[in-house]
Write a protein that binds this ligand. Structure first.
Ligand code: AMP
Ligand code: MG
Length: 505
């Protein structure tokens, strides 16, 4: 018998927050098989990657062997889904195994998704199919490589069992690593029950975990709201600047940590269109690309509501009115934080090194007009930015070739060049600018047709090679790696027009 795999768990959630979860065990599955194992992440977590990357790991990551020190539990949370409030959602097909302190000293959650029914499952089967779980791997690893805060996949294990959706599909369990699984919806769960004591416990726990410098300070709950809003402003700006559409920005899918979570019906934009939406269940386009900043603010207002009684206690009399005013200040400040983060990202994407030489409004207009140009001509968002880097080196042809008529971008390019020259003064910085732009404008993103192709091969033919090749390309988004060309190609327009993503439940 090999020595049991050790995780060195330290489970603060289980220890400090009784009453916030139900202890529960993962369901046993017939035939665990490791489909994906993230060695780099395992190393980061201080795990024995060699021991886990085999049958022993398969048993652990399918839920059959609960590692020593794990205290599996289903977390309680509520949430607004498409604007309607559900006072009880919770981990219906997920379990928190526990927490580990990684090599850099950061506390990370290790959680299962698809590990069977829990007391929060309602009508659901608690299971997951391999397609959506491998999808979470691809998109999460792509986001990570793009430098966007995200939960990450540690492993996917096939269960050897069918899950029944429209048709039987091979089942799988995903192991996910997160800074925490605290959500706006976690706060809503206790606020909806008027459980002020637990709300305070939760807020103090969140502060200890994500904003320890605020612990014990007098205005800490208001400060927590501000921190969450700042993190979300930065996060959503990053999403917007890579054309990411989350697809289901319900309050239970918005983290306190500022990490992207729950890759369900998400997708990356192809031809630029602010109304782009791919999710089969998003009929009204609530979570379209262009709505994401507004939705984030709406979700933050829901978080603010839950914190009002705690903020009021800090504020003294007449508490309630003052708490509302203070929380509202944060919610009202959010759009400017978001706009600043967006512009910072756009300036970098435009190759502008210094804010000092550019007027803020003029730079904002330059970026907006670029996007209007792309929208008006139906240009691929990712390729357009990338080819603008070529233009910075004087090679405008690849960019012009994206348009019906090569002179279409003339007027805008002239403005952009003038702005660059204003920054450069006498010494043109074309090559250096292009290099900088290629470090912020990806060549490879998880394009929908490539993702679907990889998942279909894995699901229909048990062929993981397309998945592995795509994953390798997504992990090097900035480099024009020979052999990765097919991952940089836009999907045929007809395919994108009919493309729909599903929640994978
Ligand atoms: P999601 O859309 O994945 O964020 O999930 C929303 C809620 O539905 C959460 O409470 C999930 O735990 C629950 N849920 C989603 N899929 C299932 C499933 N197959 N079985 C049980 N609960 C589920
Ligand atoms: Mg969710």
């Amino acid at each position: 018998m090999p020595a049991p795999v050790t995780f060195r768990f330290d489970n603060s959630y289980a220890r400090e927050l009784p009453g916030f979860y139900v202890r529960w065990q993962p369901a046993a599955v017939p035939s665990p098989q490791l489909l994906f194992f993230n060695r780099e992440l395992a190393d980061e977590l201080g795990l024995d990657a060699a021991a886990l990357d085999g049958p022993e790991g398969a048993a652990v990551f399918a839920g059959n062997t609960v590692p020593e020190g794990a205290e599996p539990l289903a977390q309680a949370y509520a949430g607004h889904q498409f604007g309607g409030f559900s006072p009880q959602l919770g981990d219906g097909r997920a379990l928190l195994l526990g927490e580990v302190i990684d090599r850099q000293g950061r506390r990370r959650d290790i959680a299962f998704k698809g590990s069977g029914r829990t007391p929060f499952s309602r009508g659901g089967d608690g299971k997951a199919a391999i397609g959506p779980m491998l999808r979470e791997v691809l998109i999460g690893e792509a986001m990570h490589a793009l430098g966007i805060p995200t939960t990450r996949a540690l492993a996917v294990a096939a269960t050897g069992e069918a899950v029944y959706r429209e048709r039987p599909l091979p089942g799988a369990v995903l192991t996910r690593v997160a800074a925490s699984h605290l959500r706006v919806g976690t706060f809503q769960f206790f606020a909806a029950r008027n459980d002020l004591e637990r709300l305070r416990q939760l807020a103090d726990y969140a502060i200890a975990r994500h904003d320890p410098d605020l612990a014990g300070t007098p205005d800490r709950y208001l400060a927590l709201l501000r921190r969450v809003a700042e993190r979300q402003a930065a996060l959503i700006a990053q999403w917007m600047n890579v054309g990411f559409i989350h697809g289901v920005m319900n309050t239970d899918n918005m983290t306190i940590s500022g990490e992207t979570i729950d890759y369900g019906p998400c997708a990356f934009m192809e031809a630029f269109d602010p109304q782009a939406v791919f999710s089969s269940i998003d009929h009204g386009g609530r979570y379209a690309w262009g709505n994401q900043p507004l939705i984030a603010r709406w979700n933050l207002a829901r978080l603010a509501e839950t914190l009002l009684p705690l903020i009021a206690e800090d504020d003294g009399e007449p508490a309630a009115a003052r708490a509302v005013a203070h929380a509202t200040e944060v919610i009202d400040a959010y759009p400017a934080w978001y706009a600043a983060a967006l512009l910072e990202g756009q300036r970098a994407k435009l190759g502008l090194a210094s804010a000092a030489t550019g007027d803020e409004e003029a730079d904002r207009a330059l970026a907006e007009d670029w996007l209007k140009l792309l929208h008006g001509h139906g240009i691929d968002f990712t390729l357009a930015w990338r080819r603008l880097a070529d233009a910075a080196e004087g090679n405008e042809q690849p960019l012009r070739a994206l348009f019906d008529a090569p002179q279409d971008p003339d007027a805008w390019l002239a403005r952009w060049r003038a702005r660059c020259e204003a920054e450069d003064g006498a010494s043109p910085a074309g090559g250096e600018r292009a290099a900088r732009m290629r470090r912020v404008n990806p060549w490879v993103i998880p394009r929908n047709h490539r993702v679907e192709e990889a998942l279909a091969a894995a699901t229909e033919d048990e062929d993981l090679e397309p998945f592995e090749r795509l994953l390798a390309a997504l992990r090097r988004p900035w480099e024009e790696v020979p052999g990765h060309e097919r991952y940089a190609e836009p999907a045929p327009a007809a395919l994108t027009a009919g493309y729909q993503t599903f929640c994978g439940t």
